[in-house]
Design a protein around this ligand. Structure first.
Ligand code: NAD
Length: 370
């Protein structure tokens, strides 16, 4: 197969982990006879420095002409003082909008070999395997008006939570399809005891559920969901929720496994290319040190192989190589237990690549950490 992949490394560790993911994808291409063409574009702080905007038009064009987009991370203290419209993060919001990315998909999986880095006890987190699907284009973050006013010396402020029913339906339908290919359970999270928008969300979930009789639907209030994620994360299969609830809950879910450096994500659209990125930011505190964990980015590339290219076997091979390397004891600094000597970003990538290309390689890696 031939595929065009837009690579937007961005800032900070985004550059280091993107290099790692591309290296793994080259190995996949070599192993399975695929031709991946990597086309590089600018986004974030680096793009501001070079083009005066966090998302230049040529980057948008490049993404639209590609089969999938791999994004590292954007941002950093250098650009923190710029006005809002010129901040690196604006590039993220714009690319989501320009590519019509309506849902963010975050798998949260427990890895037994690194259970020690989870803030939860092993018996609580063991076996957890869920996906959080967050609506990305509507809700409080985009509704108008969003402004402050001053009347007779009294300041007031308003943000607007606006959804079209079709936006709600689209993302809930995605969640049901996903659940059909997993354990068959959707938890729809809302605040229907207070918000009218949540009541419409709940009704829509009930309507969509009729088309998926094999999937069990449960409703959960967002405050309870925040608690249940910590108390009993194993109960969840697919969680679907609106933009702001999803923003908060998906970050909460992501720390369950212990490190931001482990978690991939995909953002899906109706007919454009999907975008794949680790959930972490540009990590300015460790940028340039060759210590970042590349696994979130590599697993994002595996999601791309599966979801955009239909390469299930290749995706599994990458995921299995990651698991084997972790099981063998290899750790970057963020997931290292007391007593582990951490490997560098590049060493982790090389080990995963070695296991992918040669099954015997794991024996050498295991003996190195024995
Ligand atoms: P962050 O995710 O960059 O870092 C939070 C903590 O996690 C830091 O201690 C960092 O060292 C660690 N960390 C992150 N990724 C890691 C990895 N791969 N390996 C090991 N450790 C890792 O979040 P932050 O510090 O709040 O934000 C830093 C910058 O990134 C800000 O400018 C922020 O706006 C931006 N940001 C960008 C994105 C994105 O591009 N999608 C997401 C979040 C934050």
């Amino acid at each position: 197969m031939e595929k065009r992949i837009a690579v937007l490394p961005g800032d900070g560790v985004g550059k280091e982990v993107s290099r790692g993911a591309v290296s793994i994808l080259r190995a996949v291409g070599e192993l399975y006879g695929h031709k991946f063409q990597f086309l590089y574009g600018d986004i974030g702080g680096g793009a501001i420095d070079e083009f005066g905007t966090p998302l230049p038009q040529q980057t948008i064009d490049l993404c639209k002409a590609s089969d999938a987009v791999l994004l590292g991370a954007v941002g950093g203290p250098k650009w923190d003082m710029l006005p809002g419209h010129l901040r690196p993060e604006k590039g993220l919001l714009k690319i989501r909008k320009d590519l019509g990315l309506y849902g963010n998909v975050r798998p949260v999986q427990y890895y037994s070999s690194i259970s020690g880095v989870s803030p939860l006890r092993k018996e609580v987190i063991e076996g957890a395997d869920m996906v959080v699907v967050r609506e990305l284009t509507g809700g409080l973050y985009f509704g108008k008006p969003s402004e402050r006013t001053m009347k007779k010396g009294e300041a007031s402020v308003v943000d607007t939570l606006f959804y079209q029913k079709k936006e709600i339906e689209r993302v809930i339908r995605y969640a049901f399809k996903l659940a059909s290919s997993r354990r068959g359970k959707v938890t729809s999270v809302d605040k229907a005891n207070v918000l009218e928008s949540s009541r419409m969300w709940r009704e829509t979930a009930e309507e969509v559920a009729k088309d998926f009789p094999q999937v069990q639907l449960e409703h959960m209030l967002v405050d309870n969901a925040a608690m249940q994620l910590i108390k009993n994360p194993r109960q969840f299969d697919v969680i679907v929720t609106e933009n702001m609830f999803g923003d908060i809950l998906s970050d909460e879910a992501s720390v369950l496994t212990g490190s931001l450096g482990m978690l991939p994500s995909a953002s899906v659209s109706v007919d454009g290319p999907y975008l794949y990125e680790p959930i972490h930011g540009s990590a300015p505190d460790i940028a340039g040190q060759n210590t970042a964990n590349p696994i979130a980015m590599i697993l994002s590339a595996a999601m791309m192989l599966r979801m955009s290219f239909g390469m299930e076997e290749e995706a599994e091979a990458v995921e299995n190589a990651v698991i084997q390397v972790l099981d063998a004891g290899s750790r970057t600094r963020d997931i290292a237990d007391f007593g582990n000597v951490p490997v560098t970003t590049e060493e982790m990538v090389e080990e995963i690549k070695a296991v992918l290309l040669d099954h015997e390689a794991i024996c050498n890696i295991m003996s190195a950490y024995a």
